[in-house]
Design a protein around this ligand. Sequence first.
Ligand code: PNS
Length: 164
Amino acid sequence: MAEILAIYPGSFDPMTNGHLDLIERGSLLFDQLIVAVLTNLEKDPLFTVAERVEMLREATHSVPNVSVETFSGLLVDYARQKQAKALLRGIRAFTDYEYELQMAMMNRKLASDLETVFLMPALAYTYVSSRLVRQVFQLGGSVSGLVPPLVEERLQQKVFQGKL
Ligand code: PNS
């Protein structure tokens, strides 16, 4: 049987334990999983693409079938180039569904042979998002347990640098 390669795309600004949880689940389901960081973000990112990739690589280095890359342009073009069979996305709560459905349907219109697979993270991470992590940390709240320690350290560095 041919190996199934899946792509887990996102902004990961920064990665959270919810992302990590999904990566671990995806790595058990697919033969190869590429975590793909979008480089042409519309929003103003906190972390550079290089920083985001570095954090993801550090956090996933022990999972052998997971690699971290970057992509720009259309996700389906990148997926085609990689010969991926599936896109992996996480759904936390009902509110994620509409946005995710729109993207999945648009991607299906563009590439009908590429399936989007949705997985739910562990219950403990259903309320965790990169946006809330940035906000809570910026306002002095604890994000311990919501992001890996290496991300917490990087967030602290951003505060020292006056970027958060
Ligand atoms: O983590 P995010 O920000 O929710 O991830 C969104 C992402 C990167 C998956 C999405 O914006 C994307 O795929 N962008 C690439 C451009 C594209 O292919 N757009 C058309 C499909 S909706």
